[in-house]
Design a protein around this ligand. Structure first.
Ligand code: BES
Ligand code: MN
Ligand code: ZN
Length: 487
């Protein structure tokens, strides 16, 4: 299991799939690395099949015993500088192609020092991350699941980037955990299930842990969170893990929306809009995924709080209704106008809790609004912040991690839309600027603390297979949270 870094010649590697990531100069690279006896023919066949080393092209062939590797896979990288996400995608392309031929191991060679990679060590890390993510599947609930071999052993040729690869393994483990949580169906992934996952993490990595159940939420006055969970027999809970790095000079809080199913409540969603609402805990899953990754990395100099307010938003005689006026943990009151705007309610209490902990900086992640997906599409996370310096730092972390975040305006002029006749605020605005009014609602609970809100409703889950993984949870945000905590 895992990665081997090797200085062997590609032609000498005993592996199921030898992958060569190459550009237009590929025939030269390939022949010199594979040995003339095989390379000459390989070049001819690949050319015949139209492979030119362009981005998106690949060519796989059996070696018929003429090389030590069973198969050779050519993957086109083009000649231009590769973006961060393209570098990860190349790794995933290899593991998907390897999986398709039932490989158990693969070796990767490329000219790491080529300018297309920008930074050789970082490139090895990104390719490694892509290799791991590309093998991801979620088939445990298929009764007739095929027992496919697991592609789990990778050799990287011609690189010594040990620490970049180790880091990629940690990040990938976090992403995989987040994906698994999101993909687990809602009768299994309940608030209790998320709490159990946090208990396992605490055990594994020595985090401090605190879990508030329904009674504790009510006793503490986390009334908005308790209200969202009131309609379900599944108990809501607040999950709080703490990592205390040595010589910490900064306290960061990561807060993730953990709505394990969002029916909309009495403001019931239409049938079609309810599908996939088990993914409404993706923010919480990203926070737990970041805990998995940072538990492995064990960063010094920083204290990180992982906070997941979790609940199932359902209807019952006991469920919360519109026109209730509820006092949040931060002391302000909210008039409920729409029970489907539930994420901001449990986040409000969790943000006030993070402020109370004395966090210097808070980042929240939430599948918060459909409006966000209308505005930015499925590939971008909307970023809102009350501090431009922090916003720039989070954007920089996302560009390191290869995730797409877009800075949105926290337009104070829209605050009037949240005015309530009888409470301090309503929980929704009107039709316009729905992602912005949701962010303005959250801002009410963070005071002066530097805070960044990430609306991940678009990229948190995929409706169809994507470059880095299958349909379902993506683990989006995990890598940026890791990059931010370790910058
Ligand atoms: N969980 C949804 C947002 C969502 C929608 C996420 C689609 C992913 C895909 C959220 O709780 C919600 O229902 N938001 C409402 C807000 C509205 C009532 C102001 C929405 O977007 O319609
Ligand atoms: Mn909702
Ligand atoms: Zn929701």
């Amino acid at each position: 299991m895992g990665f081997t870094l090797s200085a062997s010649a590609a032609s000498a590697i005993d592996t199921d799939v030898l992958a060569l990531i190459v550009g237009a100069e590929w025939s030269g690279d390939a022949t010199s690395q594979l040995g003339a006896e095989f390379g000459g023919e390989l070049v001819a066949i690949a050319k015949e099949e139209g492979f030119e080393g362009k981005p998106g092209q690949k060519f796989i062939s059996h070696t018929l015993g003429r090389a030590t590797a069973r198969r050779v896979l050519l993957v086109g990288a083009g000649d231009k500088a590769l973006t961060t996400d393209q570098q990860k995608d190349l790794g995933a392309t290899i593991s998907k192609a390897g999986g398709a031929v039932r490989a158990r191991n693969a070796a990767v060679w490329t000219a790491w020092s080529s300018p297309r990679w920008t930074d050789a060590d970082r490139a090895a890390g990104l390719v490694a991350e892509g290799l791991l993510l590309g093998t991801y599947r979620f088939d445990k609930h298929k009764a007739e699941r095929e027992e496919l071999p697991v592609l789990a052993d990778f050799t990287l040729l011609g690189t010594q980037a040990k620490s970049a690869v180790a880091r990629a393994e940690s990040v990938a483990a976090g992403v995989v955990l987040a994906r698994d949580l999101v993909n687990e169906p809602p009768q299994i992934c309940t608030p209790d299930f998320m709490a159990d996952c946090a208990r396992t993490l605490a055990e594994k990595y020595g985090f401090e842990i605190e879990i508030f159940d329904r009674a504790a939420l009510e006793a503490k006055g986390m009334n908005l969170h308790a209200a969202v969970g009131r309609g379900s027999v599944e108990e809501p809970c607040l999950i709080h893990l703490t990592w205390k790095g040595k010589n910490a000079t900064k306290k960061i809080a990561y807060v993730g929306k953990g709505v394990t199913f969002d029916t909309g409540g009495y403001s019931l969603k239409p049938a079609a809009s309810m599908v996939n609402m088990h993914c409404d805990m993706a923010g919480g899953a990203a926070v737990l995924g970041a805990a998995e990754a940072l538990g492995r990395i064990k960063p010094d100099g920083v204290e990180v709080h992982f906070i997941v307010p979790s609940a199932s938003n359902r209807v019952s005689n006991n469920a919360y209704t519109v026109n209730e006026i509820i006092k949040g943990y931060g002391g302000k009151t909210v008039e409920i106008i729409n029970t489907d705007a539930e994420g901001r309610l449990l986040l409000a209490d969790a943000l006030a809790y993070a402020v109370e902990l004395g966090a210097d900086e808070i980042i929240d992640l939430a599948t918060l609004t459909g409006a966000c997906v209308v505005a930015l599409g499925e590939n971008y996370t909307a970023l809102f912040s009350n501090n431009d310096g922090m916003a720039a730092a989070v954007l920089a972390a996302a560009s390191t991690s290869g995730e797409r975040f877009w800075h949105m305006p926290l337009d104070e002029r829209l605050r009037d839309k949240l005015k309530s006749a009888h409470a301090d605020m309503k929980n929704v605005g009107d039709r316009w600027g729905g992602a912005i009014t949701a962010a303005l609602f959250l801002k009410e609970w963070v005071g002066e603390t530097h805070w960044t809100h990430l609306d991940i409703a678009g990229p948190a889950f995929l409706d169809a297979e994507g470059s880095l993984g299958p349909k379902g949870g993506t683990g989006h945000g995990v890598a940026a949270l890791v990059a931010y905590a370790t910058r």
